[in-house]
Write a protein that binds this ligand. Structure first.
Ligand code: ATP
Length: 337
């Protein structure tokens, strides 16, 4: 079996639990990955003086592929968001968030299959903010033509490659005429290069309502950073919650696979977390590594698991722990042979 070197960041909060579950499932599928384990997050601050040691960035640059649990940047710690810094340092410009119903999971809608492509490097996440005196604060929203065209091209190329028929740009250009206006103009320009893909645009507040009323009208949504972040949590809610939503950060040289959700400190260390979002992220990683066979078997095991609907974690109304869910999946995969 082929081996690949992959950076592994287990993360904090529920990170170690869902990472252990994911590794158990990958192993059951017979893939031997040569993991390079690196530590980041609040637990390394005392030892290394930063939640994001340079060795983490270097490892990802060297290996080109990473699997990552959620990381929390302690509020008021003086450190910039670890996730945002990682995305900017590695120019992980596209954040792909597939939203697909899992049959058997009770949720608001059935058969949802859409993708959110979120610009990942600028917008209000650029980190340019300051106090104006002591009673006012300014955060600067940065939108550039370069990053907007780059994410638009990525979205249309993705649509072509994976058979998506329609791209919808999400914006608030009616109010933010310059910044979101530039984003919308850039996507419109790129859309002209892809006449086979249907294109439309929708204002973000309307997008939120339309997604709740009729999500099936959407195929691929492309959005600036903030709207993409918010709408992908909304979409996770449509299919059963954050425990089911995988994510992929893509750059020219590095791909980093991670669940959409955060470190969920409220349930950390209690064997309550649903590992599905991280397992789904790992499935995308296995495809990326050319391990499509193993990826398909894990996906099939997950589908059967949910169809059977017996061993559900607390977020889905069950009382199965993270560890038990992982071993049940591993057993199922092993039985597939
Ligand atoms: P962030 O700002 O990093 O997104 P957050 O605190 O806003 O973090 P999450 O950590 O994602 O958000 O948690 C939001 C809610 O969803 C919490 O109640 C958490 O317990 C729940 N949640 C998140 N991930 C999971 C999971 N994998 N399994 C079960 N519940 C989860």
């Amino acid at each position: 079996m082929k081996t690949d070197r992959v950076t592994l960041i287990q993360g904090d909060g529920i990170g170690p639990e869902i990472t252990a579950a994911t590794l158990e499932v990958i192993e059951a599928a017979g893939v031997k990955i040569n993991w390079e384990k690196v530590e980041a997050g609040q637990d390394v601050i005392a030892e290394q003086g930063t939640p994001l040691p340079d060795s983490v960035i270097q490892s990802l640059k060297k290996n080109g592929t990473g699997l990552k649990g959620p990381l929390t940047t302690p509020v008021g710690s003086g450190f910039r968001s670890i996730n945002v810094t990682l995305r900017q340092e590695l120019t992980l410009f596209a954040n792909l968030r597939p939203v697909k119903s899992l049959p058997g999971v009770s949720s608001l809608f059935r058969d949802i299959d859409l993708v959110i492509v979120r610009e990942n490097t600028e917008d209000l996440y650029s980190g340019v903010e300051h106090m104006v005196g002591s009673d006012a604060a300014e955060s600067i929203k940065i939108i550039t033509r370069r990053a907007s065209e780059r994410i638009a091209r990525f979205a249309f190329d993705y649509a072509l490659k994976y058979g998506r028929k329609k791209v919808t740009a999400v914006h608030k250009a009616n109010i933010l005429k310059l910044s979101d206006g530039l984003f919308l103009d850039s996507v419109r320009l790129v859309a002209k290069e892809y006449p086979r893909i249907e294109f439309n645009d929708v204002i973000v507040d309307n997008a939120a309502m339309q997604l709740v009323i009729n999500p099936h009208q959407f195929d691929l949504l492309v959005a600036p950073n903030l709207y993409g972040d918010i709408l992908s949590d909304l979409c996770a809610g449509l299919i059963g919650g954050l425990g089911l939503a995988p994510g992929i950060n893509i750059g020219e040289k590095v791909s980093l696979f991670e669940p959409v959700h955060g470190s969920a400190p409220d349930i950390a260390g209690k064997d309550l977390a649903n590992p599905t979002a991280m397992i789904l992220s790992a499935i995308f990683m296995l495809h990326h590594l050319g391990e499509g066979n193993a990826a398909d078997r894990i996906e099939k095991a997950l589908a059967e698991h949910y169809k059977e609907g017996k061993l559900l974690t607390a977020d889905l109304g069950g009382n199965t722990g993270t560890r038990k869910m992982a071993s049940a999946l591993a057993e199922r995969i092993a039985k597939m042979g």
